[in-house]
Design a protein around this ligand. Structure first.
Ligand code: ADP
Ligand code: ZN
Ligand code: ZN
Length: 737
């Protein structure tokens, strides 16, 4: 006799436990996890739908009380079953309850009124449009100019892309319409995806490297092989064109594609590239959408109205009936790691979903994560490389500047003399400059030069940041206090903020280059809705000469007029207390450097550092991924870090310090005993988190390392069971690798 655990499809709130049913003999061999079944439920044994999440030989409940399930639901396998299998996989691998996993995967049903698909169309001919554009530009009507300029290029643009990504308000659209220059058109008819290329057509011919990449994947697909590929291509090598060609192939076969792009890189330019190629078969998801809007998109996907979805990591759960391809662009991005429970990683989860759906996965990056490259090296993924920039652009030259020498030479400024000169020259040539700083706020921490005291948040174990308005702020809990002018510890007045942040750099730039127009993009200037797009489009429109920013500015934007990129404090992130700090630093520098010389003009990157000999800095400057990888993987192997080893991190949190200490000691002992039987598992800790207290909640961690991931998953299950029994005031969270 077999027994099936079934999640009942009544309402999503009630999905939090599985019910057990016996499996009739006739269907024993055909019933599979993930199938939709009819089961008798509740009083009166009403027949309803359920999803099988587990099948076993042993019943968990009293066999006499278990009802038999009715049968497998006819027709096609509903897509939910695939997502439920995925939820089960996530639950198993990342911890948390099955309900939490299902909630992540299944959108809450909440229909908003269906929106009509609208587009904005140009009514003027080219000549008149150019004249009007020149007029708007002269009058400083930036938004009107932006919309008209975009319409000149595209003729017709979806309404929500105009108001969203192009950052043009509906008032501006109305104004252009009332001037008879544009109209808002309502769309009904559905177009065939392959014929959907809007006017203007599609004229890029893939180069040989790109064609080889496409051919390889297409051949595997046609042979019925669904694999995972790592597409490693230098910035500007044309990865996006490869993605689109593959999507085209998948669509022709009647299957759908999911494209994950970090939200911050999902710009107007990127969206339009996909729209131009696939027309209305494309839809976008973003985190600002309401649940209703999100659900509508899911419904459209389920109904087959769209077959390409672009979005951040949650787009992975779009219920396509016939998924053929998942693309993850900028695969190394940290935003692919979820912070909620289950703390899934989009890369692994994509591979799991693709396996269930029989789909292929393409991971793209100029600087692959060590995890992905390691898997490609060991043959788990197929490596495909694009070594040259497509089109006319070349990789920029990089110059490393040792800031210690600058200081010895008497230069105390944040700019090396070389960088200052280069900025001057770029401004004279009317070219644009990007300055990248790996920090935020006006200054890092406030410290005392006499005694070294650092002003910290009383609730969190982190330093407060100084803001221009004269307040000190905690970025974790929002605590604020006025700036102090005497040291609370020794009374000295030599207290202040000595590390420059983006705001400080902007002030210095304004003083040093008085004629230059600057824009700043960081956490503080992008908190408002659309502010991110506003800054980018202003810079793209050349409304500023210098863009100063944090890591936000390094993400995949094409500014052809940028010829100089200055990386200030390139090594700032090198010493963060995280075993991936070096990898992050390498990626950041490489990506930032990749911003220069995207157009036809030659680019230069000036990389200022206190550690010119560090291999992450050297390899990034040389744009040499292999050099970095070879050094870094040795270090990971030596210290038993992922990807060479697997690591389970258990977070423990409590309001009570005493409870936290007791429980983490007990759990560590328990795990050490449990692991003693299986060789090759190391239990490390408990220890304080880097930030030992946030918002008055104390935090500790325990690490487990092993070469065998299954051992860690098993120990995670044990720790969860331990947690259910023994940890009243202490919460446990799990992170694998
Ligand atoms: P990546 O995604 O690798 O950074 P993109 O796909 O954005 O690269 O391509 C960079 C630029 O090169 C884009 O402007 C793109 O239109 C152009 N490009 C890509 N492939 C070709 C090609 N085969 N011929 C001409 N231009 C190309
Ligand atoms: Zn002091
Ligand atoms: Zn705080």
């Amino acid at each position: 006799m077999k027994y099936a655990k079934v999640i009942i499809d009544i309402s999503h709130e009630k999905l939090d436990r599985a019910f057990e049913y016996s499996v009739p003999r006739e269907i024993e061999d055909v019933l599979k996890v993930g199938m939709c079944v009819d089961v008798p439920f509740g009083r009166g044994s009403r027949i309803i739908n359920g999803y099988v999440i587990d099948i076993s030989k042993e019943p968990e409940y009293d066999p006499d009380k278990i009802k038999p399930l009715k049968g497998i639901k006819g027709g096609t396998v509903p897509i939910e079953s695939q997502l439920i299998r995925l939820a089960f996989w996530m639950h198993k691998n990342y911890g948390g309850t099955m309900n939490q996993a299902l909630k992540t995967v299944i959108p809450v049903k909440k229909t908003s009124k269906p929106k009509e698909k609208k587009t904005v169309r140009l009514l003027l001919d080219k000549e008149n449009a150019m004249t009007a554009l020149a007029l708007f530009e002269r009058k400083g009507n930036k938004a009107r100019a932006r919309l008209l300029g975009a319409l000149l290029k595209e003729d017709e643009i979806p309404y929500e892309i105009v108001t969203g990504k192009l950052n043009v308000t509906s008032q501006v659209i109305k104004a252009l319409c009332s001037l008879g220059m544009a109209e808002v058109a309502k769309k009904r008819a559905m177009r065939n995806p392959v014929n959907a290329m809007p006017r203007g057509g599609y004229d890029i011919v893939l180069n040989e490297e790109q064609q080889n990449a496409v051919r390889k994947v297409v051949k595997d697909m046609d042979d019925g092989q669904a694999k995972t590929y790592l597409l490693k291509g230098v910035t500007g090598s044309g990865k996006t064109e490869v993605y689109m060609e593959l999507i085209n192939h998948v669509l022709k076969k009647g299957r759908a594609a999911i494209v994950l792009i970090p939200e911050i890189a999902l710009t107007y330019q990127t969206v339009m590239r996909f729209y131009k190629r696939f027309g209305e078969r494309v839809s976008i998801l973003n985190s600002r959408m309401s649940q209703g809007e999100r659900y509508d998109q899911y419904e459209r996907a389920r109904a087959g109205e769209v077959d390409v979805i672009i979005g951040p990591r949650s787009a992975l759960f779009v219920p396509f009936q016939n998924l053929g391809l998942i693309i993850i662009d900028e695969e190394h991005e940290t935003s692919y790691q979820s912070e909620n429970i289950p703390a899934y990683h989009a890369r692994e989860t994509a591979v799991a979903r693709a396996r269930i759906a029989g789909a292929s996965v393409v991971l793209g990056s100029a600087t692959p994560s060590l995890d992905a490259y390691y898997r490609a090296q060991s043959g788990l993924y197929e490596l495909i490389e694009l070594k040259n920039r497509a089109g006319k652009a070349h990789l920029a030259k990089t110059q490393i500047i040792d800031m210690k020498e600058e200081l010895n030479g008497g230069n105390k400024s944040v700019f090396s003399s070389r960088l200052k000169n280069e900025i001057d020259m770029a401004l004279k040539r009317q070219q644009q400059v990007m300055l990248f700083l790996n920090r935020r706020g006006m200054a890092g921490f406030v410290s005392c030069r006499s005694c070294g005291h650092v002003v910290k948040c009383p609730h969190c174990d982190v330093s407060l940041s100084f803001h221009k308005s004269g307040i000190l702020k905690c970025h974790y809990c929002g605590y604020e206090t006025p700036m102090t002018f005497t040291c609370p510890s020794c009374g000295s007045t030599a207290i202040g903020s000595f590390k420059a942040g983006t705001q400080k750099i902007e002030e210095i730039v304004n003083k040093t280059f008085p004629g230059a127009r600057t824009l700043r993009m960081d956490y503080d200037t992008t908190r408002e809705k659309e502010s991110y797009e506003k800054i980018l489009s202003a810079f793209a429109n050349q409304e500023a000469d210098i863009l100063i920013g944090t890591q936000m500015i390094v993400k995949g934007h094409d500014f052809p007029n940028v010829t100089l990129v200055g990386i200030l404090a390139a090594d700032m992130s090198l010493f963060a207390p995280d075993f991936r700090a070096r990898e992050r630093t390498f990626q950041l520098i490489t990506q930032a450097a990749g911003r220069a010389g995207r157009g036809e003009k030659e680019g230069l990157v000036i990389l200022q550092t206190y550690h010119p000999d560090d291999y992450a800095v050297r390899a990034a400057a040389a744009q040499d991924y292999e050099e970095f990888y070879n050094e870094e993987i040795l270090y990971r192997k030596m210290l038993k870090y992922p990807p060479a080893f697997n690591m389970l991190k258990i977070h423990l949190q409590s309001e009570s310090k005493a409870d936290l200490e007791r429980v983490s000691d007990e759990l560590a002992d328990f795990l050490k005993k449990a692991a003693a039987g299986s060789k090759g598992v190391a239990v490390i800790g408990p220890s304080d988190e880097t930030i030992a207290k946030i918002n008055d909640i104390f935090r500790k961690q325990i690490y487990l390392k092993s070469s065998d991931i299954r051992l860690l998953v098993a120990l995670k299950d044990e720790a969860e069971r331990f947690g259910e029994k023994n940890t009243k005031n202490v919460n446990l969270y799990f992170r694998i690798n």
